[in-house]
Design a protein around this ligand. Structure first.
Ligand code: PMP
Length: 307
């Protein structure tokens, strides 16, 4: 993945992909304290637009604040950096990865001379799931790994180290023949997927876990707004795994996963065992918005060129 053409924004400069290197004593590599974002740009109209760029950048700054990492750039500079990497790499659609990390200025947990560095990379990353999965849904297992406790890891931060837990859960799910994991919080209530928020539909009402230990997903927020605009009631509450078993529909949301139906959890078929009608409607609305077909939500799109 490192040996390819392209440009990466690195501390304010565009550098060739192959030269965007760090030292093996990079602090974040050792202890996992860093923060990042996952952002998507879509072809919208005759241009390319980044979906909810300002909201992603805002979450990145909030993550850095939670981790007490000083930010060497302001939000405007990072918004520009993200537009630039999509444009300069000639990407029509892209996944963007801004990341904030400590360099190799010191070692050990007490290191005090650390400097914060920022990269923004962008590449083509079609869809997280096949078109069939988008329509038929995926198989999920409840993870044997518990999602973070709110006082062990900071759950509002999209922090590098938090993803050890996600990877353990995802690897286990795949080993068990599933496509994703559902993680429960330390009290046993439904939290989220390895990199997605979850919704269920019961009797026409949408339910999603409160923002206690799950990430404040931007897709989650978008889907709540789209559902309410359609007149659906959306309730944020504690959800148990058996509520998911007996739901009419269930789906994941995330920048990478977009709106992804869940057809089975722990061997129990959910609803009709394929994408349900409300999931389908929200999925279509979501794609309309990100691909620029929804004038009412044009404010969520930022063109990568100045037009
Ligand atoms: N939960 C976790 C743990 C995630 O990593 C992500 C992906 N950022 C999400 C939820 C979904 O967030 P978003 O919709 O902002 O991508």
């Amino acid at each position: 993945f490192a040996d390819r053409d392209g440009l990466i924004w690195f501390d304010g400069e565009l550098v060739p992909w192959r030269d965007a290197r760090v030292h093996v004593l990079t602090h974040t590599l050792h202890y996992g304290m860093g923060v990042f974002e996952g952002v998507r740009a879509y072809q919208a109209g005759d241009g390319t637009s980044i979906f909810r760029l300002h909201d992603h950048t805002r979450r990145l700054f909030r993550s850095a604040k939670i981790m007490n990492m000083p930010m060497p750039f302001d939000a405007e500079e990072l918004n520009e950096a993200q537009r630039t990497v999509v444009r300069e790499n000639n990407l029509r659609e892209a996944y963007l990865r801004p990341m904030v990390f400590y360099g190799s200025e010191g070692m050990g947990l007490r290191a005090d001379a650390l400097q914060t560095h920022v990269i923004v990379a962008a590449w083509e990353w079609p869809s997280y799931m096949t078109p069939e999965a988008r329509e038929l849904g995926i198989k999920v297992n409840t993870s044997s790994y518990t999602r973070h406790h709110v006082n062990i890891s900071m759950c509002k931060a999209k922090a590098n180290g938090n993803y050890i837990n996600s990877m353990l859960a995802l690897q286990e799910a795949v080993r068990n023949g599933c496509e994703e994991a559902l993680l429960l919080d330390p009290e046993g209530y439904v939290a989220e997927g390895s990199g997605e928020n979850i919704f269920i539909v019961s009797d026409g009402v949408l339910y999603t876990p409160e923002l206690t230990s799950c990430l404040d997903g931007i897709t989650r927020n978008s889907v709540i707004e789209l559902a309410q605009e359609c007149g659906y009631q959306v309730v944020e509450k504690r959800i148990t795994r058996d509520e998911v078993y007996i739901a009419d529909e269930a789906f994941f949301t995330g920048t990478a996963a977009e709106v992804l139906p869940i057809r089975m959890l722990d061997g129990r078929t959910i609803g009709a065992g394929r994408r349900g009608p409300i999931t389908r409607r929200l999925q279509e609305l979501y794609f309309d918005v990100v691909q620029g077909r929804s004038p009412a939500h044009a404010g969520w799109l930022t063109d990568v060129t100045d037009r």
